[in-house]
Design a protein around this ligand. Structure first.
Ligand code: NAD
Length: 508
């Protein structure tokens, strides 16, 4: 309980009126003359300001990471594990506080915000398994008296660049996994939602992470370029749009860094006529409109196969019942979009559907939320008669909009999904095991759900989006995450048995 109260105080101190940098274990005010306003998306009131860190501040942050690295890498793996064990406990105790902060800055409902923290917490819990995950390999007696073995060793200073839509989960995909392996970490949260990361940094410090092991800078392009170019940064984890991700991947790789980039999506749900209708429609509504569609795994496209198309009117009725409200209001099913520009973009993409011949079955563009007239709200929207050449199909909408296509066969549906450049996630709804198996095997998408609309793998697996949704070789979290943040060192050693005999004391 004391920890929760402390967190509330920290939250007030960190958020008002400016967001601090976290350098060398201290929350410090930036000396920058460039600041970005942070708005509550439900009201568009300014709630705080975040600095664009100066070059000197960013240099100080990397220098701190660099200084802390040798001792942290040398700290026993059991001690690093202990830090993460305390950290997962503190996150649990403060989960609701972090969630409130997310709702304030990002707009999602409190339930979604708690889910955001919870999914990040699961990665921290997974990081606690480091003693098994970081094991190397051995091969004894490869020839006489010779053994071969490998260690997994930390890389040095790693960095993370995060998006706005999961303010807790995505930073938690990054620094706990990197740090438990012995790396130090430079984090740049999204400039729109930095609060959760600041609170998470405080909790990590309270868990015993030494000063300098985590540093936090804020900013936009300059901070990103700084990270891509800095010679002391060995690896970059990025999550966000394709525009930024492709750029960061190219620029970071050019500077010799490892880069993993999780990017945009267009996730299809294929609905077969033999599906469990009740379950399928509920799943579609939750996965398309939950978190206002601002999820990289949102099921934003539905393909109804054959007779399943008869269910579309019922889907519309269910979507109509969703309650749009400020995220902290009781009963809210979805909150606002992140910015007025995001709302404008989403509305523009809906407009494009009408212009290009699609039908709007449910239109959320003009929604008014009582008491929150200035918020960035868009209500659930369903666009049908969509064809793959339409703009609303080709673009990632990232709002509460479901586009509906129809096909006569499963094969046609698979062709559509495989022709789409993105490969983040997909789901099939069916009661036939054979259909599910066929779909899972033929679809060229990295994460497949069978009657599971948002198949985000738990952290003992990895997040395996593919094709245009990912650049890099090694995925986030799971064993892959450990591999990303470690370097193998392989040792071939010969200790001659004869020498051992010679050096043994003679037995009388
Ligand atoms: P974004 O790309 O605008 O921002 C992400 C980060 O990159 C931020 O820290 C931002 O400061 C920086 N950035 C933004 N534009 C940049 C540019 N031109 N050059 C250099 N840096 C830049 O993304 P967002 O709007 O915050 O997040 C939404 C996007 O993230 C969606 O496309 C969504 O699908 C994707 N996303 C993907 C996953 C995944 O795991 N595949 C998860 C969450 C979000």
């Amino acid at each position: 309980m004391a920890a929760v109260v402390a967190a509330a105080a920290v939250r007030t101190r960190i958020l008002q009126p400016t967001v601090k940098l976290f350098i060398d274990g201290k929350f410090v005010e930036s000396k920058s003359d460039k600041w970005i306003d942070i708005h509550n998306p439900a009201t568009n009131e300014v709630i705080s300001r975040v600095p664009q860190a100066t070059k000197a501040e960013m240099d100080a942050a990397v220098a701190s990471c660099k200084r802390a690295f040798p001792a942290w890498a040398d700290t026993s793996v059991l001690s690093r594990q202990q830090v993460m064990l305390r950290y997962q406990q503190l996150i649990k105790e403060n989960l609701k506080e972090i969630a409130k902060l997310i709702t304030l800055e990002q707009g999602k409902t409190l339930a979604d915000a708690e889910g955001d923290v919870f999914r990040g917490l699961q990665v921290v819990e997974h990081a606690c398994s480091v003693t098994s995950l970081m094991l190397g390999e051995t091969m004894p007696s490869i020839t006489k008296d010779m053994d071969l073995y490998s260690y997994r060793l930390p890389l040095g200073v790693c960095a993370g660049i995060a998006p706005f839509n999961f303010p807790a989960m995505i930073p938690l995909w990054m620094f706990p996994m990197a740090m438990v392996c012995g790396n130090t970490f430079l984090m740049k949260p999204s400039e729109r939602v930095p609060g959760a990361t600041m609170l998470l940094a405080k909790l990590l410090q309270d868990s015993g992470a030494p000063d300098g092991t985590l540093n936090i800078i804020h900013g936009q392009h300059e901070a990103v370029n700084f990270i891509c170019d800095h010679p002391s940064i060995k690896a970059i984890s990025f999550v966000g749009s394709n525009q930024a991700g492709e750029y960061i991947f190219e620029r970071g790789s050019r500077h010799g860094k490892r880069v993993q980039a999780n990017m945009g999506a267009k996730n299809h749900g294929v609905v077969m006529p033999d599906a469990n209708k009740e379950n399928t429609l509920n799943q579609l509504v939750g996965a398309a409109f939950g978190a206002a569609g601002q999820r990289c795994m949102a099921l934003s496209t539905a393909i109804f196969v054959g007779e399943a198309k008869k269910w579309v009117p019922e889907l519309v009725e269910r979507a109509k019942n969703l309650r749009v409200n400020a995220g902290d209001q009781p009963g809210a099913d979805l909150g606002p979009l992140i910015t007025p520009q995001a709302k404008e973009r989403v509305c523009h993409l809906i407009d494009s559907g009408t212009k290009e011949g699609a039908s709007i079955l449910l239109d959320g563009r003009k929604i008014k939320v009582k008491g929150y007239e200035n918020g960035n709200f868009v209500g659930p929207t369903i666009i049908s008669d969509v064809k793959p050449n339409m703009t609303c199909y080709k673009e990632e909408i990232f709002g509460p909009v479901l586009v509906v296509l129809e096909t006569e066969t499963l094969d046609e549906a698979i062709k559509i999904v495989n022709n789409n450049p993105y490969g983040n996630g997909t789901a099939i709804f069916t009661t036939s095991g054979a259909t599910a198996r066929k779909y899972s095997h033929l679809v060229d998408v990295g994460q497949v759900g069978v009657n599971v609309p948002i198949p985000v793998p738990l952290p003992m697996f990895s997040f395996t989006g593919s094709r245009s949704s990912f650049r890099g070789d090694t995925n986030f979290y799971g064993k892959q995450g450990i591999h990303f943040y470690t370097q193998l060192k392989t040792i071939t050693s010969q200790w001659k048995e004869d020498d051992a005999t010679l050096s043994s004391p003679s037995v009388a």
